[in-house]
Every structure is written in structure tokens, then in C-alpha cells.
Design a protein around this ligand. Sequence first.
Ligand code: SF4
Length: 305
Amino acid sequence: MASLENVFSWSHSRDSCFRRCPRQYFFTYYGAWGGWERGADQRTRAFYVLKQLRGRKMWAGENVHNAIRYSLSAIRDGGSLFSAESVIEQTLQNMRSQWRDSGEGLYWENPKKNCALWEHEYDIELPDEEWKATVDHALDCLRTFFTSETFQMIATLPRDAWLELEDLASFELDGMKIWVQLDFAHRDNDGIAIYDWKTGRADKETTHQQLAGYILYAAQRWRVPPEQIVAREFNLAANSIHETRIATDEIASLKESIIIAADELKKLHGVAEENFPLAEDEAPCKSCNFLRVCPRWHDDTAESG
Ligand code: SF4
């Protein structure tokens, strides 16, 4: 079988990774490429496995997203409905077994199948209460979701009003592929409503940019004027909803800012590792997946960044 080609595309998370640390970006999008193949060299394999690590907060958030997607898929497909308590109980069991698998380091054998927690990889000693608080947080977020008006509204939506449910999707901008993943979207009278579930504190500006990108995608995908689209961040930790809209006269500047950001990254597509500097300061290193392999920490000839 022909090997996959690492074709350039842009996404908000890809851009955030680059702004955090260009070398981390290289490791994630280039160093890890092909690490799934049997004959991958040791370094590539290590990048690929480390790329799958997630800190406990992200792990909790992923479990919340998965549980919501699972429940909403059942509603959409008209299958048997799951009670909120059964979904919460299943999430608790999933998290327990993921935690055990991660603690045993099974992800080094199969990182796609087994959960890989950053704290386990880097031997961070956490008291049991801290892990319990992480799991409780995920379950509380689910309770908030299942008792919300938003969930009641979704559960009673006609099937033909559903548009997307965490599907990985893309649109074209200036000939470039831009990836997006909407947690949920539905038709709302003449417009569209998009939802993004958050399980922790989110940077306002970053969230606005992310949601504005979703609005651009939705306008193109379903041919609806952007001013008729609303994107709602439902923060399940705070039980609050924040709305984002973009006016027609903002569209051009929004597109331009994405094109400029994407062009900057596109120029670096395929260039060597040395062209990606280490983060200027050590703040992003504190939670970086690649601490084990980064030359800042593991090379006598280390680049000081
Ligand atoms: S350890 Fe620090 S410098 Fe190295 S890749 Fe990670 S964030 Fe960048």
C-alpha cells in the first residue's frame, strides 16, 4: 500500500500549537509522521507515542465529549435512549479502566487503543484525591449537560434539523484546506446554531477565533449568511453559555487573518527540524508532551532556545 502523504492543512489547534512552541509543532505534525508504521525508526515512534499524551484535564474533557457524542448519536439515530445516570456510570467505568491501562504504560504498545496520560509518562506523583477530583469534575460536567435546557432542546429537535455531531470537516480558503470539528450544529429557523462544549476555563480571545472559524465553515457549507449563524460556547464547568456572532463586514478580515496565519505555517511545510525554534521561555515546557525527547532538556549540545 502506498504510504500516506503529509499534505499541509490548517486548523485552529494546529496554529495554537505553533504559537505555543514551534519545536513542539514540528514534533507533533512532522516528527511523529509515520510513527504508526511497523518499520518506523525509534525516534519517530517515540514522537508518535508522545503525541498521544494528554494531561488529566484534557483527559476529563475528552471523556465528557465522548459521552455526549455517544448519547446524542443514539438520539439522532432513533435507537434506544440512554439515561443520564447510565451514561455517567459508563464514563466512570471507562475512566477507571483508561487510568489503569495508562498507569501500566500500555500506550507504548498501542497508543491509539490505550489511554496515555501525561502524568503517568512523566511519573508525576498525584494524591488519589486529585485523580478522584478529575473524574468527579467530568461526571459533574455531564450532570450539568443532561439537566440543561440545551440537552432538552436537542433531544426534541426534529431529525432533519440536525446538521453535525463532532464530525471532522473541512472547507477551502484561498486554496487551503481548513479543518474544523463542531461539537454540535442544527438548523434554527432561518439560521444555524453551533455548539461547543467546554469543560474548563477557556481563553476568551482564542475561543472567539475558534468559534468565528466555525461560523465561516457553516456559512460556506450550508450557504447561510454568517449573520444568521450563532456559535455558542456551553461551559459545562461554569454552567454558562457565551454566544459568538460575526457581522458581514468582519468576514473579510477574519478570512484574511486565517490566510495570513496559514501561509506562515505553509512556508514551513517540509523544512528541517532546526528551522523550528524552541519556545522562548520555559512556560509551555511545563505541560509539553515531548519533554522526554526535546533537545532543551535532553542533549548535551542543547539549543538554549
Ligand atoms: S519541551 Fe519546551 S521547548 Fe521543547 S518542544 Fe516542548 S515546549 Fe518546546
